[in-house]
Design a protein. Structure first.
Length: 479
């Protein structure tokens, strides 16, 4: 019996691994290339992960909804591509058990991913609702605290929603800056006021910011009136002149109208205390011009009158101050002081200013009851010019002792040109030349040789007594 060699049978090829289209599609739905790994297409799996990473990173960094759409399209494309790629190899089906295992593996990868994305989107929506609600209430502090709960997972799951929250936070930060500018503006810094209102206007131009802007504006308006009334005036003046925008910012005008009158009066009072009467007067008059029916109008009117009197008094005092000449400037440039008493019957006190001929302006011989101590108690201002010879009284002969010819000397009254002004009105009430009489022809006269020739001067003043001077001046002060 012939023996023939036994052929060793070749090993059977391994059973082909089943490729279930549904499992591959489910695996690719994870966007992690799990379906491609089931197909043993590692290159495609790596590429799928790379594309996913690029799209998600761009979505997170830009928050552009277009990238969100791109991620969805990529997700649908990966699922469809895995499905059709697996169907092309569907003939190598190895049995129901293997298919079930592939589906379970795919679900085990994809389901947690989808569940995580869903939960993150739900949580991001919850945070977004909190941010939006706080914004609608005008509560920027709550807007920022709620947005602080947003993290990378929220941005990856719902980037546009997270980005909107960031925009709300940025608006609130700008409102904080505007609030700081407005607070600085309460010191009277109108440049800061303008900057703050410009910022509020730009934020208000974006829909949905009405309440947050109103809250910031309300906080500023509650700061009026400021501690410094003059700063308050500067603020209310600026608000009054601000061009109307026909929105919530126009509320500031009503606050300015309500606050300005008291601030104008208080600021005027402050200037009065500092003796800045011109500024005080301007503030009082501003109230009367703008708010004539306000309850403080009477006080402002009294303040304006007081300031006017103070201005007039200061001016009169300057004009009455001693100058380079014998007479003060008032005598050539009179001014009124409305606070002075009017002319009346009887004695009217006067301020006397003379030409001081030979050092005598005659006022030293006038009684104290005729003379005022200053502008506040004076009724008249009497300006006396230089003494000159008046009417002759008597001519008498004189002969020098020893020998010499006789000289006739004429004694004349003292002529004093005067201008009398009523201080209350600054008007000239009398312009005349007084004639002061006195004694004449004394037994002996003295003279200096050579002053008027070899003998005494031919004209001499009478010797005026106190009563003579008073008699001449009495008609000026006694009405």
């Amino acid at each position: 019996m012939d023996e023939s060699p036994l052929a060793v049978p070749e090993p059977a090829p391994p059973a082909p691994r089943p490729h279930d289209p549904l499992a591959v599609a489910l695996g690719n739905a994870s966007l992690l290339g799990a379906g491609y790994l089931l197909l043993r297409r590692r290159g495609l799996a790596v590429l799928a992960v790379a594309v996913t990473v690029v799209l998600v990173s761009r979505l997170v960094s830009t928050a552009d909804p277009a990238y969100e759409v791109a991620v969805l399209l990529w997700w649908a494309a990966a699922i469809a591509h895995g499905w059709f790629l697996a169907r092309g190899e569907a003939g190598r089906d190895g049995g129901r058990g293997a298919v079930r295992r592939q589906r379970l593996v795919a679900l085990g990868v994809t389901l947690p991913v989808l569940l995580a994305v869903g939960l993150l989107r739900f949580d991001a929506s919850r945070v977004g609702d909190s941010v939006a609600g706080a914004r609608e209430r005008g509560d920027c502090a709550k807007v920022m605290s709620a947005q602080d709960g947003v993290w990378f997972g929220h941005r990856m799951a719902d980037a546009p929603l997270a980005a909107r929250g960031d925009e709300f936070v940025e608006d609130c930060r700008r409102l904080e800056t505007a609030g700081g500018q407005l607070t600085t503006g309460l010191t009277g810094d109108t440049a800061s006021l303008k900057g703050g209102f410009d910022t509020l206007a730009s934020i208000l131009a974006q829909p949905g910011n009405e309440k947050t802007v109103e809250t910031t504006l309300t906080r500023f308006l509650r700061g009026l009136p400021a501690k410094d009334p003059c700063a308050t005036v500067a603020v209310t003046d600026w608000l009054r002149e601000r061009k109307r925008s026909h929105d919530v910012l126009d509320r500031s005008a009503a606050t300015a109208r309500r606050t300005a009158p008291a601030a104008l009066v208080a600021c005027g009072d402050d200037f009065m205390e500092r003796s800045d009467w011109t500024s005080a007067q301007a503030h009082y008059r501003r109230l009367l011009d703008r708010y004539p029916d306000d309850g403080l109008a009477a006080k402002a009117r009294a303040g304006a009158k007081k300031a006017t009197l103070s201005i007039e008094l200061a001016n009169v005092r300057d004009l009455l101050a001693p100058g380079t000449g014998a007479q003060p400037a008032y005598c050539s440039k009179p001014a009124k002081y409305s606070g002075a008493k009017p002319l009346r019957k009887g004695i009217n006190r006067a301020l006397f200013y003379g030409g001081e001929t030979y050092g005598d302006d005659h006022s030293d011989k006038l009684p104290g009851s005729w003379k005022a101590a200053g502008a506040t108690d004076a009724v008249l201002v009497v300006c006396m010019g230089e003494d000159t010879f008046g009417n002759s009284v008597q001519t008498c002969p004189y002969r020098p002792r020893g020998s010499g010819s006789t000289t006739y000397v004429t004694f004349r009254k003292v002529a004093v040109p005067v201008k009398v002004y009523e201080l209350r009105t600054g008007k000239l009430v009398s312009h005349r030349t007084l004639q002061i009489g006195g004694g004449s022809c004394p037994a002996v006269i003295t003279y200096f040789s050579g002053s008027s020739g070899p003998g005494p001067a031919m004209n001499r003043y009478v010797s005026a007594s106190t009563s003579d001077v008073r008699s001449a001046f009495r008609p000026l002060v006694n009405r």
